[in-house]
Design a protein around this ligand. Structure first.
Ligand SMILES: *Cc1c(COP(=O)(O)O)cnc(C)c1O
Length: 394
């Protein structure tokens, strides 16, 4: 198999997916990034700063933990990659650290971001406080009401939270507002996108910043088992960044089965779902060609999931490609299955996963393992933020 065949090509595509379908006025902004991002992140200075911050600020490497009781239950070997233990409680900080350093190198003074549940907004506000940069976070006015604790966090961190009041007043509207801001401030502003979505080069750039996850998995597995490759890697998919990070260094090795879980909500055919691959069709959303949930005349269908972080109508273009090429296996997990998996992990291992991550744990029920298999589940975040929701199921 050709090395790197699942990575982005020189034109910014994964097969037919990806690209940069953007208004002409945005072209100078994405062009600047496209021309500079690979050069900047390859410099010694960037690498050194990125590594040091990941180590001493984020707390990396995140542990790879052998889950003994969970392994006994499924009669196999299960390891948990503990992204929940990162500063700010999820994998999102890996990307915002990378992008803030890049923004500094580009001489940007002002940072903007979009957020749905507020997790990416918090991770962005955090790195802006760290670097002393101005931060504006666009958030749907409905989400502002729903996610009050994260709004408070962003404000305490010094960010201005700007309500998006158009359309459905949720994530996609916040993204539109952020893009509008960027068009109006091309010189001094960097837009930190929170997942492997958006126009090229964002999907590739974010995947590279998250690829630290699979890099560490290899090293840690080798130290703990003598072999660096697992038989399975499992991760949940909203936009798809924690999954791309967990898959990245295994993409070329077909012996490693890649399993991704989409949020089925109340069921893929219930009309209340966020399973963009199962229910979507290719189309353009936020600058890239990818699977998205849309009506016959191309209007975006509002997604639904119990987990705010998986509640996105599209999916990163790399996942559309991995799906069509059948390199990764995409499973649908309902709200109920995720909640049950969240309680199971808590009871057996004393780890309360984010509802997003609970969707990954729920895949264990849908797969058959051999006793000799080595299964790594990416625990993308911690469940403290979801306690109210979990309690409704007690
Ligand atoms: C945002 C988020 C996700 C979903 O985003 P991806 O880009 O698909 O990783 C998953 N888990 C947690 C904890 C999150 O905060």
């Amino acid at each position: 198999m050709k090395k790197g065949r699942y990575l982005v090509d020189n034109e910014g595509f994964y097969g037919e997916f990806g690209g940069a379908y953007i208004p002409e006025m945005l072209y100078p902004n994405t062009e600047e990034l496209r021309k500079t991002y690979l050069k900047i992140i390859a410099t010694k200075k960037f690498k050194k700063q990125y590594k040091e911050l990941l180590k001493n600020y984020v707390g990396r490497p995140s542990p790879l933990y052998y889950a003994k009781r969970l392994s006994e239950k499924y009669n196999t070997n299960i390891y948990l990659k503990r992204e929940d233990l990162n500063h700010t409680g999820s994998h999102k900080i890996n990307n915002t650290i990378g992008q803030i350093l890049l923004a500094q190198k580009l001489g940007k003074k002002r940072i903007i971001a979009e957020t749905g549940a507020g997790q990416h907004g918090v991770a962005t506000a955090t790195v802006c406080a760290l670097m002393g940069l101005e931060c504006k976070v666009y958030m749907g006015s409905i989400d502002i009401q729903r996610q009050a604790p994260n709004v408070a966090r962003m404000k305490m961190l010094g960010a201005e939270v700007i309500p998006a009041t158009s359309g459905s007043k949720t994530l996609k509207d916040a993204t539109n507002e952020a893009i509008r801001d960027w068009i109006n401030n091309p010189e001094d502003t960097h837009y930190i996108i929170g997942s492997v979505v958006g126009p090229h080069p964002y999907p590739d750039m974010v995947a590279r910043f998250q690829s630290i996850i699979s890099k560490e998995i290899k090293k840690q597995l080798k130290a703990q088992t003598g072999k660096k490759n697992p038989t399975h890697v499992i991760a949940c998919v909203g936009g798809g960044s924690n999954a791309m990070g967990a898959f990245y260094h295994f993409l070329d090795n077909k012996k490693v089965q890649l399993v991704a879980t989409e949020a089925a909500g109340l069921g893929v055919n219930s009309g209340k779902t966020a399973a963009s691959l199962a229910k979507g069709k290719p189309g353009v959303i936020h600058g890239s060609n990818t699977y998205l949930m849309q009506t016959d005349d191309g209007q975006i269908i509002e997604p639904y999931s119990i987990s705010a972080g998986l509640d996105y109508p599209g999916v990163g273009p790399a996942h559309s490609y991995l799906y069509e090429e059948q390199r990764a296996n995409y499973l649908n997990i309902t709200d109920k299955e995720a909640v049950d998996a969240g309680f199971l992990l808590t009871k057996l291992e004393g780890i309360i996963p984010a509802l997003e991550s609970a969707h990954a744990v729920a895949a264990l029920e849908k797969l058959n393992f051999k006793p000799s298999d080595v299964v790594v589940i990416n625990i993308s975040g911690r469940g403290d933020k979801d306690l109210d929701t979990y309690m409704k199921y007690c």
